[in-house]
Write a protein that binds this ligand. Sequence first.
Ligand code: ZN
Length: 510
Amino acid sequence: MTLGRTRSVAVTGIHGRVVDVEADVSSGLPAFTVSGMPDTACRQSPDRVKAAAANSDLELPKQRITVNLSPASLLKQGSGFDLAIAVAALVAGGTISPELVDRVVHLGELGLDGTVRPIHGVLPAVRAAEEAGARQVVVPVGNAAEAALVPSIEVVPVDTLAALVQRYRCLHRRKPTPPLPEVNPRSSVHPAVPDLADVVGQSAARYALEVAAAGGHHLAMIGPPGAGKTMIAERLPGLLPPLSREQALEVTAIHSVLGALPEQVLIEHPPFMAPHHGASMASIIGGGSGRVRPGAVSRAHGGVLFLDETPEFRRDVLDALRQPLESGLVHVARASEVVTYPARFQLVLAANPCPCGNNFGKGTRCVCPPQLKRHYLSRMSGPLLDRVDLRLQMMPVTRASLAGPRGESSAAVAERVAAARARQSRRWREIGRQLNSQVPGPVLRSGRWRLGADVTRPLDRALETGALTLRGYDRCLRTSWTLADLDGAPRPDLQHVQEAHGLRETGEAA
Ligand SMILES: [Zn+2]
C-alpha cells in the first residue's frame, strides 16, 4: 500500500465540509508535506504527526510522504486535521488496513507525545460528517459529549494515537477491541438566569420587558445610574422561551467554534451577551487576527445582546450592528475569505440621560453643557434607534418603591409571553413571520390587518403633526399587536394603541 485515504472536516463559519485526506508514499528522500490550501497550523501538522508516531512506537514510511487535502479550493485551518493525516500516513505505510478507515471521519489535534487533543468546532464538523453520509466519526475524548449531540452517527472517542491504532489492529484481526476511554457524563446545568421577582418596584420597566419578550421587540432604556437598567436587561433571557432543537444546535455550534463549551452541553436557553463599551470591533462583530472568530453579536444569536452605556461604544461598532439587525447574519471579511455567522439577537440598549448622569426629573443637578447633552444621546439615535420599538425612561429607585411588595416571578411572566408568542406565530404563519416585531409596516397598514381609523386616531394625528415618522408609526402598530396578544384580544383597540405610543415615547417609571 502506498496510498492511504481517510476523511476529515474543514469548518468555515459554523458550517463544515467533509475533506478527503490522501497520503501518498513515493521513493525519494524522506519528507512529509501537506498540500491543498493548509493554513500555517495545518502545514505544520507533519511535525506533530512524526513526533506523535515516534512517541507511540508507530512507524511511518521512511520515504517521501505527500498528503493532499481536497477539495483544494477550501482553506484548511488549524490542527484538527492531525489525526486524519496520521491515519492516512499509517495506512499508506501498511500499519492500518485501508478498508477500516476510508469512510471514517477523523477529527483531532495530536500532541507530540501521541495524545489526541480536543479541538474547536467539533459540533459543526460532526454535523457535516453526518450530512455527508458518514456513519462513524473518531473524535478526541474531550469532544465526545459534544459530538454525541448529533444523534445518527457513531462517535468513537480516543485519547491517544496508539490506542486508535490498536483498535484498528483488533478490528482487522476480528478480535475484541479494547474498551474506549470513558466520556465525562453530560451535565445538564440550567444556566442561572436572574429572576424578575428580585426586582422591587419598577413596574413600568417590568412591563416594558414583558412586552419586549412577548413581541421580540428591541428595547432602549434611558435613565440615571442606579435606576436598575442592567438588572432589568439581565432578566430578559429568563422571559424568553427555550430554544428549539435546531436553534439550540446552531447556538451551540457558535460556541463550539469558539471553544467556549466547558460543560460540553447543548445550549438550550437564550444566551445573554453584554460586551463592554471599550470592546474592539472584532470582539463585538467578529474577526480577529489569525483565524476569524465570531463576535458578541453571534454569541448572542438566539438570545439577547445588551449594550450598557451605548453612547460610549465606538461609532463604527454601532454602525456595524445594522447588518445583523437587518439580516440576522454577519459577514466578516478578511484578506483571504468572507466568513458568515448567524447573528439574530434581541437588542437592549441602555444609556445615561447625559454624560454626568443627572439629567433626569428637573435636571437641576446636571452639570453638562447643553450641547454635550444633545450630542450624547444622539450617538444612540439614527439607524440603531430606528429599529428599537420600545423606549423606556427610567427614574432612580426611590425608598418608597423599595418598600413595595416583591414582583411576579420570571416563570409567571414567561407563561404569558409564551401564550402571546403562540398567537403571533399562528397569525403570521401565512407571511412567514413568527413575531410582531418582524412584520413589515405595509402589512400592518393595509389589507386585513389594517386597524380602523377610530383605533389608530392618536397615531394618525401624531403622524400629521410630524410628531411621529412613518417608521415610528409602524413601530407603534407592532407594539399595539403585542399588547393585544398579551391581553388575549383578537385585535388591538384604542387603549392598546395609546399605550404602545406611550411605550415608544417615554413610559414614565412608577
Ligand atoms: Zn449631565
